[in-house]
Design a protein around this ligand. Structure first.
Ligand code: SAH
Ligand code: DHB
Ligand code: MG
Length: 220
């Protein structure tokens, strides 16, 4: 990554990052437990926090928990009676996430559901847990389009939907990529562009993490 982008990311983090001890512990837990280092960056976490505040989110859905780092950033924007449900396939990730969420004092607001997201999403509808005010899609990339379709089902007009990792260092430019993750996000990006139920765009991200992007949509 361009060194200047990294330095500017640090500058922003030092100014407004506000990563406290519970978030630092959650970031550190990934290394300690041999979990892949693929959480959002400090500044991306703060960005999600600002978005949740901007929409006055009371109910948030996250698809892909990892160790709960992005979960904590978003849950901290909730009012006292707010709720966040986060879906995670890997029981070990879920266990580490629950500890991090408890350490951040957020256990009463956050529910971690273990299982494949594609199986958990219909249950949220059956249990009448929607509509959500904000939905963050950040799990496995091949079914991103299906997660997006579920996000719309679990939304109301005005719901904010965000999907991480939709640029993949510019690899999305290659229609013939043999990378399943790239093909998954290409398929999602195209679906987002064509689906008239949402109005959205994509923001490129540079800095602490490799060049990537977040799609941001509002449900009509
Ligand atoms: N949102 C987290 C990062 C998530 S990484 C953060 O920024 O802190 C992606 C997570 O999705 C991993 O923990 C992975 O185990 C999980 N995952 C992969 N396939 C999944 C599936 N089918 N359903 C639910 N979660 C899945
Ligand atoms: C990957 C997944 C992520 O959610 C992320 O932010 C970065 C990388 C991955 O699976 O490669
Ligand atoms: Mg991600």
């Amino acid at each position: 990554m361009n060194d200047l982008f990294g330095k500017v990311d640090e500058y922003i983090q030092d100014l407004v990052g506000q990563e406290d001890s519970a978030l630092k512990a959650a970031a550190h837990s990934v290394e300690e437990n041999g979990i892949p280092p693929i959480a959002v960056s400090v500044n991306q976490g703060k960005f999600l926090h600002v978005l949740a505040l901007a929409v006055g989110a009371r109910r948030i859905l996250e698809v892909g928990t990892l160790a709960g780092y992005s979960t904590i950033w978003m849950a901290r924007a909730l009012p006292s009676d707010g709720k966040l449900i986060t879906l995670e396939y890997d029981p070990k990730h879920a266990e580490v996430a629950r500890k991090n969420i408890a350490n951040a004092g957020l256990s009463d607001k956050v529910e971690v559901r273990v299982g494949k997201a594609i199986d958990s999403l219909p249950n949220l509808e059956k249990e009448n847990l929607g509509p959500f005010d904000m939905i963050f899609i950040d799990a496995d990339k091949p079914p991103y389009k299906e997660y997006y379709e579920w996000a719309i089902k679990l939304s109301r007009p005005g719901t904010l939907i965000i999907a991480d990792n939709v640029i993949r260092e510019g690899k999305v430019l290659d229609p013939n990529s043999d990378d399943d993750m790239v093909q998954g996000v290409r398929r999602f990006n195209q679906a987002m562009a064509e689906n008239s139920s949402t109005i959205g765009t994509i923001i490129q991200n540079v800095g602490a993490k490799a060049h990537d992007g977040m799609a941001i949509m509002v449900v009509k």
